[in-house]
Design a protein around this ligand. Sequence first.
Ligand SMILES: [Zn+2]
Length: 482
Amino acid sequence: MSERSETRRSFLRSAAIAGTAAAGISRSTFASPAAETYFAGAAEREITPPIGMEITHFVRENIGVHDPLFVRALVIRDAHGQQIALVSADALGAGFATCDEIRNRVKDQCGMDEVWFSCSHTHSGRWVLSTPTPGRKYTEELWWDDGTHVALTDRPAELEWNTAVHQKIVEVVREAKERLKPAELRTGRAKVKVGINRRVTRPDGFTHMGWNRQGVIVPWVSTLSAHNKKTQKPIFVLFEHAAHPVTVPHTSRLVSADFPGAAVTAMRKELPAECIAAFGQGCSANINSFPLRTTHEDATAAGTKLGAAALLAIEKSQVVGGDTIRFQSIPTLLPTRPLPSEKLIEQQLTAQHNHPDRIKQLNKIAAYRATRKAPPPRRLDAHGVMLGREFCLIGLPYEHFSHTERWIDREAPFANTMAFTLTNGGRGYIGSDAGLAMGANGGYEAGCMPNWSAHEVMSPNLGPPAVGSERIIQDAITALWA
Ligand SMILES: [Zn+2]
């Protein structure tokens, strides 16, 4: 074992934590914490789907488990008794209906003032669905939000798994709350990259998936860790990095948390057994993990690298001051880009005659056009948890480009920041203004009709967000800091 890892091990396992260097975080003005400030607790439960149950994305039936999936909860209470739960799941995602349900239930049953539900976006797990209730109607919006066209009530095994996930989320928050202990919070950052920018624009202007070596990524991992005030042993580590978990190949039919799960495994080798490490997905809409869709072993290697960087970030971390959790949500609507012209709709009705789903969407758009109303906007609530002057966690529904995370990092009036996407709802992509301005050339994440491979073309909003959405999101985030 190297001298460095010896040092780290003693740092993480024992009380020797005082006087660490300030490297890694700019704008550092750190106050000493007051006597009793924060309390922290954490817990986890396994949520691996049984053999035979579909995993996605791409969709395939699973034949076993490479590594198990978990839901994890971190609870923080401040000196005034306010308490929040940050819940992170090894899941592809969850829509607004699901997240609203989870957040309301946990607030009610666990006495939390605020609850977030975030997904790691593993592509070898499942989407978490909302619970069917008697008499509930499946609208087009709900089908899209839940990411399915088959009601859970018609899939008993999947309903059972999904219901168990909902129950386990309540259980983990309850257990984390029971385990609350006086804690010192610390935040850190270290350099690392496991991903590449995946948006390549061809000479003819069309954007496709590949490796854009000049493209913007987020080359760091940020941490928020809680340390037992008496023993200084870590209680939890929350770490965030931006990259699609797509190193596990879609040809593998084994369940896996991909590189985020491997990062947790690597970190746990160095952390006390009772310490929970939980991952948050950053602004990775334009970032794929690397190498793309190769082997489980490559995912383990990427996760091991990320885990080592997260441990280094804790080693270099700084104490979070203050004694109050500030949290806020800014409900926001993003306008949808103007609907396609009548001429384009006419052309497409002919060109897409072999695609009934597309014809249905075209007819819906044509009918909507006739009303002369603006197309339906998207809900995009921006969420923030602010701790002292040292730390801010931004939570956003949907998937966002790395530009958003870089902007948050630049503009936030805090020493360190994290940005979670796939948090508290949303299905699909919010392109950057530059991507959205490319129109049909904007690729999978930002393109519009007649590019049918663009994700948002089939959405109930009838197209991707409008150019100008970037500013609306930035204004909402700025309002969180006011
Ligand atoms: Zn994605």
